[in-house]
Design a protein around this ligand. Structure first.
Ligand code: PEP
Length: 251
């Protein structure tokens, strides 16, 4: 039985004061024992502060990115998986479309990042998704398969028991346009079928999140789909009220 996960990606938003307020509001609004897994992903410089602030709450903390290199060294500006674990992270997002589009994260590098995360005991949330042009030209499933092929090439079946996949259509991220529940379900079922070709029990246990303008108002119908196991939430996760309503919708 898969447990749902709601992940809040705070992107490059906030400052000490707003993050302190958001953490306090989340602690006040989220149930002490939620029936879903919940995680938040602050900008890296605030991770330690958020880990401290959420200590004793059921909300886990993750990072928005990780370096693909296995060891410490001359990688200026990068943060390793070991450092993220040392700071209290349990998850890391890899392959977010903003990183793929703006920071050169190729399919292969995303897979290496996931590998390094797993090697240190972090659970990677591997993002995949098509652009609007790719959806319009009918290549959505092909694009997703190609993105996941790079993951299959690098991760073992055992590794894949500890990953989460997030389907995030690029055209729905931060745009207010959400995939319809049936559009999302079609891709989620396709992703699960790809994993089933590798290993049936693995595919059954795999959590596949939907991301792209999820809000309290649309979360319920998205999460009701058979292959949608929660959400990766951007903008709405910066509002504690909205985020806690989304978490309730996933219960
Ligand atoms: C995201 O950043 O992963 C995301 C889905 O953003 P939004 O919810 O704002 O579309």
């Amino acid at each position: 039985m898969r447990s749902n996960l709601v992940a809040g990606n705070w992107k490059m938003c906030g400052d000490n004061a707003s993050i302190e307020k958001l953490v306090a509001n989340l602690k006040a609004l989220l149930p002490a024992e939620p029936a879903v897994d919940i995680a938040v992903f602050p900008p890296s410089v605030y991770i330690a502060r958020v880990v401290d602030g959420l200590a004793g709450s059921p909300v886990a903390v993750g990072a928005q990115n990780v370096c693909e290199q296995p060891n410490d060294g001359a990688y200026t500006g990068e943060v390793s998986a070991a450092m993220l674990v040392d700071t209290g992270c349990r998850y890391v997002i890899v392959g977010h479309s903003e990183r793929r589009a703006m920071y050169g994260d190729s399919n292969e590098r995303v897979a290496q990042k996931a590998k390094q995360a797993l090697a240190q005991g972090l659970m990677p949330i591997i993002c995949v998704g098509e652009t609007e042009a790719q959806r319009d030209d009918g290549s959505t499933l092909e694009v997703i398969a190609e993105q996941l092929q790079a993951v299959f090439a690098v991760l073992s079946a055992e590794d894949m028991c500890s990953i989460v996949v997030a389907y995030e259509p690029v055209w729905a991220i931060g745009t207010g346009k959400t995939a319809t529940p049936s559009q999302a379900q079609e891709v989620h079922a396709f992703i699960r079928a790809l994993f089933a070709k590798k290993d049936e029990p693995l595919a059954k246990g795999l959590r596949i999140l939907y991301g792209g303008s999820v809000k309290a108002a649309n979360a319920g119908e998205l999460f009701a789909q058979a292959d949608i196991d929660g959400g990766l939430v951007g903008g709405a996760s910066l509002d504690a009220q909205e985020f806690s309503a989304i978490c309730r919708a996933a219960e």
